[in-house]
Write a protein that binds this ligand. Structure first.
Ligand code: NAD
Length: 504
């Protein structure tokens, strides 16, 4: 069986001493093994990154930018190859995997503009004959720890900017779908990145903890679930590192009475069930305001009737399986437990393989980690269905009477990653933008993931730390500002003055 290695100092590395299975979620087969790094292997990667730092930092900005231009071309030319790797380990359909590559390319394009991004500031004559300027310098070795759900895009959110800013990186991708990260490291090498600037270590908590505790690692970028994000933030910041730790989500989509119902229904179906709901920006709660619930549910029911669920490599599939059998069972437990919580299951997607329902008592194991789509009405705060991040194709409908009730509901939720409002009224949309306590807002846009020139980040339990990821905030996160105050001899007589330097 193929062993997915680490990639340290420009070469594959790693033994089969400790490994984990990598599944094809569409068949349920453990078709690859991934090496789990030991403390010693992670330290080798950190050492390689440290050793590569001075030369990379000294490389001219134009030469650094060249790497990103070449990488962009490799990613664009070989998108189908990379998408197939993603589908074989994650399960999402090929078109969705290709979409993820294209969103990752945005971060590479942003990084290619690094000469502009790294410009500092200058003020002339702050005092007589004295100028001040600032420069942005790399923080050093950066560790990036990523989740399973975007094995290409999320690593690129981090490593593109980190490397562009002159840092060197150790990337620890999800052990569930690790091949894409190794592919990306090789693509960077092909694009001209010197060995050691980007290293990949595969593995579990052992690898992560080694990165969090290493005094050589100066910054941690993490994306994953909220409990792990919180613990990463606490441990790494206690160790004196800068940390950005992005967590889970429960994204609401508000549909106002004046909205285009058919458009809102199409948006809800796409955003709730795309990638089987395994997106941190997936819509999982539909907030129906006033009397829109009935027509909205009717339109959604009609649109999902013919959704094709199946193997992601089949071009006719619109939704693939979930990542693991355990996750599938957990997702389905919310649906089977919904009635007991007082909700009404309108569409029950449990026990479905390739869109066909398996009768109770019949085995469903061994055929991939599929579930169908579920739609649940009458969901209320306090229910597990409402409070928890389910991370599957389960859409809950919460009915409220007014705009104010919708806003209060959302602002009271633990998470604050993404939100959307569907309305034809500009005043309502503007007020929503003002009122809502969520980091990313869509107006008639269900998945408002910012384009690469902006930064991505949620509020509340969706992000620990004060820096959003990629875009301009990543330049701030991956650099240290240095401010230089300069005076050149102007041939006036020198004076001793023990007072605090005043510029007046
Ligand atoms: P996860 O938290 O289980 O894993 C994320 C990373 O942490 C992986 O690399 C994993 O190996 C590592 N990890 C897991 N347990 C650990 C532990 N105890 N100690 C140290 N490291 C550990 O998340 P996941 O299941 O891979 O991804 C799904 C989650 O990620 C969802 O909650 C989703 O909302 C979230 N997510 C958030 C964003 C965002 O931008 N906010 C984006 C994508 C995914």
């Amino acid at each position: 069986m193929t062993l997915i290695p680490h990639f340290i100092n420009g070469a594959e590395a790693g033994t089969a001493e400790r490994t984990g299975p990598v599944y094809n979620p569409a068949t349920g087969e453990a078709h690859r093994q991934v090496a789990f790094a030991s403390v010693g292997e992670v330290e080798q990667a950190i050492d390689a990154a440290k050793a590569a730092g001075p030369a990379w930092r000294a490389t001219s900005l134009i030469k650094r930018a060249d790497v990103f231009f070449r990488l962009r071309q490799i990613l664009a030319d070989r998108t189908p190859e990379l998408a197939a790797i993603v589908t074989s380990e994650h399960g999402k359909v090929l078109s969705d995997a290709a979409g993820e590559v294209s969103r990752g390319i945005e971060n590479v394009e942003f990084a290619a503009g690094l000469v502009h991004l790294l410009k500092g500031e200058r003020a002339e004559q702050v005092s007589r004959g004295v100028d001040v300027h600032s420069v942005k310098q790399p923080v050093g070795v950066v560790a990036c720890i990523t989740p399973f759900n975007f094995p290409v895009m999320v690593p690129l959110w981090m490593i593109a900017s980190a490397i562009a800013c002159g840092n060197t990186v150790v990337l620890k991708p999800s052990e569930k779908d690790p091949s894409a990260a190794v592919w990306i490291a090789k693509a960077f090498q092909e694009a001209g990145l010197p060995d050691g600037v980007l290293n990949v270590v595969n593995g579990d908590k052992v690898a992560v903890d080694t990165l969090l505790d290493s005094p050589v690692v100066k910054a941690i970028s993490f994306v994953g679930s909220t409990p792990i994000a919180r613990s990463i933030y606490e441990r790494a910041s206690a160790n004196g590192k800068r940390v950005q730790a992005l967590g889970g989500a429960k994204n609401h989509m508000v549909v106002m009475p004046d909205a285009d119902i058919d458009g809102a229904a199409a948006a809800a179906v796409s955003a709730a069930y795309g990638s089987a709901g395994e997106r941190c920006m997936a819509v999982s709660v539909l907030v129906a305001v006033g009397d829109v619930a009935e027509p909205l549910i009717a339109a959604i029911t009609e649109k999902v009737a013919n959704l094709r669920i199946g193997d992601g490599t089949d071009a006719s599939s619109e939704m693939g399986p979930l990542i693991t059998r355990e996750h599938r069972d957990r997702v389905e437990s919310y649906v089977t437990g919904a009635e007991a919580e007082g909700a009404t299951v309108l569409i029950d997607g449990t026990r479905q393989i390739n869109g066909k329902r398996i009768a109770a008592g019949q085995p469903i194991e061994g055929d991939g980690f599929f579930t169908g789509i579920s739609l649940i009405d009458g969901v209320k705060p306090g229910m597990k269905l409402y409070e928890d991040e389910i991370f599957g194709p389960v859409l809950s409908v919460v009915r409220v009477d007014s705009y104010t009730e919708a806003v209060e509901l959302i602002n009271a939720h633990e998470f604050g990653n993404g939100v959307a409002v569907f309305t034809r009224d500009g005043g309502t949309a503007r007020q929503f933008e003002f009122d809502i306590e969520v980091g990313m807002v869509g107006v008639n846009v269900p998945i408002p993931v910012p384009v690469g020139a902006f930064s991505f980040g949620g509020w509340k339990a969706s992000l620990f730390g004060d820096s959003h990821i990629y875009g301009p905030e990543s330049v701030h996160f991956y650099t240290r500002s240095k401010v230089v105050t300069t005076r050149w001899p102007d041939h006036t007589p020198a004076q001793v003055d023990l007072g605090f330097p005043s510029n007046h």
